[in-house]
Design a protein around this ligand. Structure first.
Ligand code: PAF
Length: 281
């Protein structure tokens, strides 16, 4: 694996791979890699002969209340994991390389950015889409792989690529879970042992909703009640939202169907976690 920090180096390495006739796949990340990120690399590898990963903690996507400086980082550990998993090119730019001056243009997300995550993280999705657009322009991959855990991000990225005619196929890979079904996240590292136990209520609530759906329940309020019953057992877990949304638009639904997404965001101690499950999948 080659590690580079400059945009020009990425362009040269990708250009050389393309000249050898290789398809290019891209996995954008903010680092502190876990098995979830590495399964995105596996997915990328299945689809292309040359896999590029970026690690960049993007200041633009941190809301004013969020702490960029304390975001977990592990440069050397990440490089070792990426290399062991077969990444060909690791792009680790610093903020000066990505944003040498104040940005004069940015991507404005569609109205969906005001719901769910966007409601509690103002400016977040404009920052995400702007950096993703820039990274896609730098790498120019045939395919880019995102995780289902960040379903709203994946939905907005798909919309952006579609609306702006960016010639990259977007693949969304399933959420990777710990053996006890907690969704993998770099933020799990902030949880104490006790909080980690309480955090399981998020995924259990979603699985309870899915079980009810699988038993034939379709009314959103009844499915949400099944999820809330689980969450009521962990009153210290503070829910931002528990919702059922259309799998394509992420608009709330009153009646669930196969493909409807059950979504949750909640605070466990000082850590805010999200998770979702596609019903009937
Ligand atoms: O999902 C992430 O890690 C980030 O939001 C992304 C897509 C790498 C953009 O900074």
């Amino acid at each position: 694996m080659r590690t580079v920090e400059r945009i020009a180096e990425v362009r040269a390495a990708v250009g050389a791979a393309r000249a050898e006739g290789k398809r290019i796949a891209f996995v954008p990340t903010m680092g502190f890699l876990h098995e979830g990120h590495l399964t995105l690399v596996d997915e990328a590898r299945r689809r292309a002969a040359f896999v590029v990963m970026s690690i960049f903690v993007n200041p633009l996507q941190f809301a004013p209340t969020e702490d960029l400086a304390s975001y977990p980082r592990d440069r050397d550990g990440d490089a070792a994991k990426a290399s062991a998993r077969g990444v060909d090119l690791l792009f680790m730019p610093d903020a000066k390389e990505m944003y040498p001056r104040e940005m004069r243009a940015e991507v404005i997300p569609c109205a969906l950015h005001r719901r769910w995550e966007g409601e509690v993280r103002p400016g977040h999705f404009a920052g995400v889409l702007t950096v993703v657009a820039k990274l896609l322009n730098i790498v120019q991959p045939d395919v880019a792989v995102f995780g289902q855990k960040d379903v709203q991000q994946a939905t907005l990225v798909r919309a952006m690529v579609d609306d702006l005619a960016i010639p990259t196929e977007i693949v969304v890979a399933p959420t990777t879970r710990e053996p006890d079904v907690l969704a993998m996240s770099s933020l799990n590292s902030y949880l104490s042992d006790a909080e980690r136990g309480r955090a399981l209520a998020l995924s259990r609530a979603l699985f309870a909703m899915r079980d009810a759906f699988d038993r034939g329940e379709r009314r959103a309020d009844a499915l949400l009640t099944a999820g809330r019953r689980v969450l009521d057992g962990e009153p210290s877990v503070r829910i931002d939202y528990l919702a059922l949304a259309n799998g394509t638009s992420l608009e709330p639904v009153e009646t669930a169907e196969p493909g409807t997404v059950a979504m949750i965001a909640a605070r466990v101690g000082r850590t805010r976690l999200i998770d979702n499950l596609v019903l009937g999948a």
